[in-house]
Design a protein around this ligand. Structure first.
Ligand code: GLC
Length: 525
């Protein structure tokens, strides 16, 4: 095993994602906030994570819950003040926790001063040239400039009063910036420096693959049936994508890397890049670009030992070529929570715990999403309470079900989240969460929370600094991952498997009768 200090902190860190609106509400308005996060930092330290990533808390009309930024260098009053950020950073650092903040460079809010100026200045103006405004097609310009769709449904273009159209790959309140305009890059370098000067340890880069569009803005070619890459729960298809992953985007990250490297203390950035396969993902983490990229291939893997083994092998190979370390993630604020993806109920939870234990044995770093440590499932949020912009654009349930405020304590909403007793937070919490609260699970050694705490402690003890050629292999439905000193073994089948020889350090579920039951993983020494 190599010297644990030879890697920068992020290389094998466990990072906990805080969805700020739904973590803890100190101000008592039913929406989480920065003082709420600060008040719960000891909880995160005791959980055993190394860092937290906080979703956007900047000035924003909240059309996409903060991913529509109106001022990149100020805090929305909903969440607190700049002084609250300073306090949070100071206390996190005192507790030995790093802090990553979210950066949203693909688009601004339509309330950003630049977009307001662009609307006022009119067609052909330098103000409009910071965004992607174009005349429409058709005799009177009444048709959108091309056939692109918004990720949230419907056309990716909206027409303004003077007849010009602007591009928004997400909601119409999120106009895309034109990164071919040098003013945009200069503005974001200033934003990076602003937060680095305040002491953040890194950035999560939103839609990192989106910044540049193919210059011609040509139509997307759409074969009737896009080629499917894998049978997965998160659809991955190979298709023509002139709006994503253009080669020019890498120059942005080379510039940012120079900025990050000019600060002391291993400042880092992790890309949210939904590339079609692992190889283009690895381009974002070449040695002079960003440090990490989320491995969404892992998140989309179906429940199968072979599929897990393939993704592990493929992910490790792809990042090795880029001389970085892999990352692993099972849940975040955009996808169905993994116990539900794995079938829900007791089976879904057993599989989720097993997949987590396997993930925590893998090399590189792991990203956890708030609430997974207490086994939360996706909530069926009633239509009248849904808030996701994609729900309003498509009529499909959207992402609210993984964003329900956390239950901390007590028998009824708001379950210690904050706000007056008997009131509901911004997305209502379901009945029946009393047994899931942090308070209840801290009192129960068999709880999912106790399991996470034990797994994270063991990971530090057994695997910190481990540097090795990880191998994943299968024997039928049983997956074995070999790391220095331990093997992680998962039974993804439907029959019990023999318990591997050696000392069981931890198991994701009960081990009755000396076998490894289905939907269960162990670490063995
Ligand atoms: C990213 C965020 C998502 C947001 C979108 C637009 O995918 O994770 O929550 O809606 O970007 O900013």
């Amino acid at each position: 095993m190599s010297d644990p200090t030879s890697h920068p902190w992020w290389y094998d860190a466990v990072v906990y994602q805080v969805y700020v609106r739904s973590f803890a509400d100190q101000q008592g308005d039913g929406i989480g906030d920065l003082p709420g996060i600060t008040s719960r930092l000891p909880y995160l330290r005791d959980l055993g994570v190394d860092a937290l990533w906080i979703t956007p808390f900047y000035t924003s009309p909240q059309k996409d819950h903060g991913y529509d930024v109106a001022d990149y260098t100020d805090v929305d009053p909903l969440f607190g003040t700049l002084a609250d950020v300073d306090r949070l950073l100071e206390q996190a650092h005192e507790l030995g926790l790093r802090v990553i903040v979210d950066l949203v460079p693909n688009h601004t809010s339509d309330q950003h001063a630049w977009f307001q100026a662009a609307l006022a200045a009119g067609p052909g103006s330098p103000e409009r040239a910071r965004y992607i405004f174009r005349p429409g097609r058709g005799p009177a310009g009444e048709l959108p400039p091309n056939n692109w769709d918004s990720v949230f449904g419907g056309p990716a273009w909206t027409r303004v009063d003077d007849g010009d159209w602007y591009l928004h790959l997400f909601d119409s309140s999120q106009p895309d910036l034109d990164w071919r305009n040098p003013e945009v890059g200069d503005m974001f370098e200033g934003v990076l420096r602003f937060w680095l000067d305040r002491g953040v340890d890194g950035f999560r880069v939103d839609v990192a693959h989106g910044l540049y569009k193919e210059a011609t803005l040509r139509d997307q070619e759409r074969p009737k049936e896009p080629e499917k890459l894998a049978e997965s729960m998160v659809e991955r298809v190979l298709q023509d994508e002139p709006m994503w992953d253009q080669p020019e985007v890498h120059d942005v990250y080379r510039r940012w890397r120079r900025v990050l490297d000019s600060y002391p203390g291993d400042r880092m950035a992790v890309a949210e890049a939904w590339t079609q396969t692992a190889d283009p993902m690895a381009m974002f983490i070449r040695p002079d670009e960003l440090h990490q990229a989320f491995n969404f291939g892992w998140l989309g893997t179906p429940w199968s030992a072979d599929a897990f083994a393939d993704v592990i092998t493929e992910s490790i190979a792809a990042v090795a070529a880029a001389a970085s370390a892999p990352t692993w993630v099972l849940s975040n604020h955009d996808v169905e929570r993994h116990p539900t993806r794995y079938g829900g109920g007791p089976v879904g939870l057993a599989r989720a715990r097993a997949a987590t234990l396997l993930m925590l044995a893998l090399p590189g770093s792991a990203y956890l999403y708030q609430g997974e440590e207490i086994g939360l499932e996706q909530v069926d949020v009633p239509p009248e309470s849904r808030q996701d912009p994609s729900w309003f654009r498509t009529g499909k349930p959207g992402r609210d079900g993984c964003r329900v405020p956390l239950p901390w304590a007590g028998d009824a909403p708001p379950y210690g989240f904050g706000g007056a007793a008997g009131t509901q937070p911004w997305i209502p919490q379901p009945e029946g969460w009393a047994a899931l609260t942090v308070e209840a699970q801290l009192a129960d050694p068999g709880s999912t929370l106790a399991f996470y705490r034990q797994a994270l402690r063991l990971r530090r003890e057994v695997l910190a600094g481990a540097d090795d050629d990880t191998a994943a292999s299968t024997d039928g439905d049983v997956l074995v991952v070999r790391r220095p000193g331990i093997r992680a073994v998962l039974n993804a089948g439907t029959y019990p498997a023999p318990l591997p020889e050696g000392e069981v350090l931890i198991s994701s579920g009960p081990l009755p009768g000396g076998v490894l039951p289905p939907d269960t993983a162990v670490w063995v020494r």
